[in-house]
Design a protein around this ligand. Sequence first.
Ligand SMILES: NC(=O)c1ccc[n+]([C@@H]2O[C@H](COP(=O)([O-])OP(=O)(O)OC[C@H]3O[C@@H](n4cnc5c(N)ncnc54)[C@H](OP(=O)(O)O)[C@@H]3O)[C@@H](O)[C@H]2O)c1
Length: 254
Amino acid sequence: MSADLPLSGRKCVVTGGARGIGAAVVRLALAQGADVVFGYHSSAAAAAELAERMRAAHPGQRCTALPGRVGDTADAGRFAEDALHELDGAVDILVNNAGVTHDISFARIRREQWDEVLETNLGSMFNVTRPLVMPLVRQRRGAIVNITSASGLHGAPGQTAYSASKSGVIGFTKALAKEIGGLGVTVNAVAPGFIATDMTAAIPEPQAERLRNLIPSREFGDADDVAALVCFLASDRARYITGQVIEMSGGLIL
Ligand SMILES: NC(=O)c1ccc[n+]([C@@H]2O[C@H](COP(=O)([O-])OP(=O)(O)OC[C@H]3O[C@@H](n4cnc5c(N)ncnc54)[C@H](OP(=O)(O)O)[C@@H]3O)[C@@H](O)[C@H]2O)c1
């Protein structure tokens, strides 16, 4: 590992790292020199496979997959504690990526669906960040990158719960940035539009076609592009950027 890579020697925690955008962040953070601990919930086999592949590709760097439901305070707390232990008690970068959606009209959404989306997407900001914020601040240099969504910025029909949760992530990001910006830790959010992952693969084709027509290039984005922005925000090159929401949506108009 070269010492002049952007994330050389950095200790990084990523939630939801087994697939999609989170897996792209795990791969790039390792390629840029970081030690990485990532979380998973249902994707145990994919998580183990990715961690093993990354350890083989980056000997001398750590890559560990740990279980934990980010919407559950006790479970997420255990995940954060185990992640810290794996990284010898220090963390420089936290990427709050895990998320879920139930796309359904507000007239039909059930309370348990609303709760699952709010707990996973917004509750996780408390559940995972709270136990890691003091270790981050102690490093006196670090970054928190939260994955919100264009839906959180603009609102999207059929996504009242998702949009509300992702708008909450934006408020959380801006407030925490003001609290700890003076202590060397930046806090930013990335707001992707439609990115080709399992989440968007679940959209039925006629609707996906309608959504592509809202994007000038008529294409969904790539998880690797989002990962590049996340890793930039996590690096020293972005140390004067904090409290920002950066939309990456290919010019999508919602
Ligand atoms: N794809 C898009 O178009 C898009 C657009 C805007 C924002 N986003 C946001 O980007 C993030 C990643 O999305 P994606 O597209 O990569 O989605 P995805 O492929 O569906 O992956 C979701 C990830 O979140 C994890 N996760 C879900 N519920 C969890 C829970 N309760 N506890 C722990 N982990 C949980 C999953 O882990 P397991 O597989 O282990 O369960 C998985 O790694 C999400 O926050 C999403 O809202 C995505």
